[in-house]
Design a protein around this ligand. Sequence first.
Ligand code: AHG
Ligand code: MN
Ligand code: MN
Length: 309
Amino acid sequence: MSVVNFMAEEISLHEHLGTLKRKELAVLIYSFSQLAIDIRRELPHKLRGGAHQKNKYGEIRKELDEWTNKFLIEQLGNTKLVNKVYSEELSEPVVLNSNAPFFISLDPLDGSSNIETNNPFGTIMGIYENDLPIIGTKIVAAAYILYGPITTLVYRAGGGTHEFVKHRKGNEDYYLINENMKLPEPGRVFGIGGNPLDWDGKFLKFAKDLFRKHKLKVRYCGAFVGDFSQILHQGGFFSYPASLSLPGGKLRLFFEAQPMSYLIEGAGGAASNGRERILEIDSTCVDDTTPLYMGNKKIVKELEDVLEE
Ligand code: AHG
Ligand code: MN
Ligand code: MN
């Protein structure tokens, strides 16, 4: 296909969002997408200055988390569409505009410990029309930006799950690369967080079967958004399971699990806490964590059966 034809068929994120019935939702998601430009530009600069700002673990991630959190809340507030922001980085929500229609959950930097090692990291946003805590089936839209070798954005707003790549020029748009994504069947990769010596014996046997029975390969980068993108593209299984030291799992229900579960269900996958659908967990605490098992429906069902034995 010649370049000219290829360019003629490109759909920009702006155009794709234009098909949403809720124009305000389109504006919010598009505004979110544009913030990647500043984040991608600012973080290396912060790393340069980071030499003297390392905390006792030799990390500067806290400073990066805080800067990104502040930047995102300010910029999303400028849309005048956000009533309240619940951020992983804050113990209390920020009220921005009590007349605005949307409540959002934010993981400003997911996988921030990956920044210093130049590995994938991202930003996760959940969008609701009612205040949190709220059951996941009420989510209106979700999106994440993945800062990898390239910058991609995935969103779902009632329909399918769609992926866009950021154009090379700063103020240019994103362009559609995958529409109405479906997890490949059978899946090809898996990633599981935590310490295998700490896992429940039934889960350990299930994990070995991912090699033995499902012939999956390991893909684990230590950032949920990066590992999620592997499963979205290759199919398979991702988990940060319940364990002896973390019986409630590690990942946050509102800041990570609900939005990403909404996205994987849009791509024909499943997301469970081992007993029930993540989107049907009725939590009363925005800081809750949850054991998380997601991927191809067949594998997640198998996992639930194993844990039920
Ligand atoms: P965050 O940087 O927002 O705290 O998220 C990190 C999370 C998640 O991105 C990832 O899946 C998990 O922590 C990795 O945990 P381990 O470092 O224990 O593997
Ligand atoms: Mn995170
Ligand atoms: Mn985070």
